[in-house]
Write a protein that binds this ligand. Structure first.
Ligand SMILES: CCCCCCCCCCCCCCCC(=O)SCCNC(=O)CCNC(=O)[C@H](O)C(C)(C)COP(=O)(O)OP(=O)(O)OC[C@H]1O[C@@H](n2cnc3c(N)ncnc32)[C@H](O)[C@@H]1OP(=O)(O)O
Length: 240
């Protein structure tokens, strides 16, 4: 089985530090690429969040190497790096991203700390034609389960996040209806793994995603999963 795991390519790195932007004034394009065209009166609060999937100083050499490989794959347009914020963003009527939520302490579970490297460090790349996504995940110390290894719930969380991102990318907003995991080999805490997701089929509102978590050198299978995501009535956040 492991012989089927294909080694991946190589690339460059960029270290972009995102930051919170709170500027509800007129039309402008943010560093994140999110475009706003409403005035303060029309949209009292317009927030573009930091993209947490940009490299930071906690990323290991393995994580950076894989990141560079996938950035390379984005250059012909076949793969896309998907941004990742710490709350869900939604579209307004014009198709522009807005944050519809009032100020809150609520945070996306996988992006709930500003302490780099302590929990989930990950980035997702997706290929719409092939209906695939790849997550590069480096686990932090706060995700420990058995001594020295990643907690099974943390593995389920990141698998849900990456496979859910693929389902969202191809189908618009979804909810996880079921998630089944087989833990084959423990993931050493602090290591980098590759999360490979494939849309198996889509039947109306139902998107089925199969996922494998493998070691960064593609030699070990850590986890396999199948998941069902059900589309809910929201616009696709990746179209705008
Ligand atoms: C720049 C842009 C940035 C944007 C940034 C976006 C980032 C994107 C990141 C995403 C990352 C998300 C990753 C976290 C995602 C969660 O964590 S979601 C939270 C956990 N999940 C939940 O709480 C879901 C709770 N369940 C529910 O809300 C509802 O049961 C559901 C799932 C919405 C379905 O309810 P429903 O809409 O009433 O649909 P229902 O008619 O029951 O079912 C529809 C179909 O699915 C089938 N089905 C439903 N449940 C099941 C099941 N468990 N097993 C088998 N079949 C089922 C039904 O049989 C039915 O089939 P058909 O009859 O159509 O053939």
């Amino acid at each position: 089985m492991l012989s089927k795991i294909q080694p991946i390519a190589r690339v460059i790195c960029q270290n972009i530090t995102g930051r919170f932007i709170h500027n509800p004034s007129a039309r402008r394009t943010m560093k994140s690429g999110i475009r706003f065209s409403k005035t303060a009166k029309e949209l009292p609060k317009v927030v573009a969040s930091k993209d947490y999937s940009e490299p930071n100083s906690s990323w290991s050499q393995e994580m950076m190497k894989l990141y560079e490989q996938y950035i390379e794959k984005t250059k012909d347009g076949s793969w896309k790096k998907l941004p990742s914020y710490n709350r869900f963003l939604v579209l307004n009527e014009d198709g522009h991203f807005i944050d519809k939520f009032p100020p809150s302490k609520a945070r996306l579970f996988t992006r709930n700390t500003e302490e780099e490297g302590s929990m989930f460090e990950y980035v997702v790349f997706a290929n719409k034609v092939e209906k695939k996504a790849v997550g590069l995940f480096q686990s932090g110390d706060l995700l420990e389960g058995p001594s020295g290894f990643v907690h099974g719930g943390a593995i389920a969380t990141i698998v849900d996040a990456v496979s859910g991102t693929l389902a969202t990318y191809v189908a618009g907003f979804v909810m996880t209806a079921s998630l089944n995991l087989d833990y084959k080999n423990p993931i050493p805490l602090g290591s980098t793994v590759i999360i490979e997701c494939q849309l198996e089929k889509k039947e109306e509102r139902k998107s089925y995603v199969n996922t494998r978590v493998i070691s960064h050198d593609c030699t070990k299978l850590h986890t396999e999963s199948t998941a069902l995501f059900v589309s809910v009535n929201q616009k696709n956040p990746y179209q705008g």
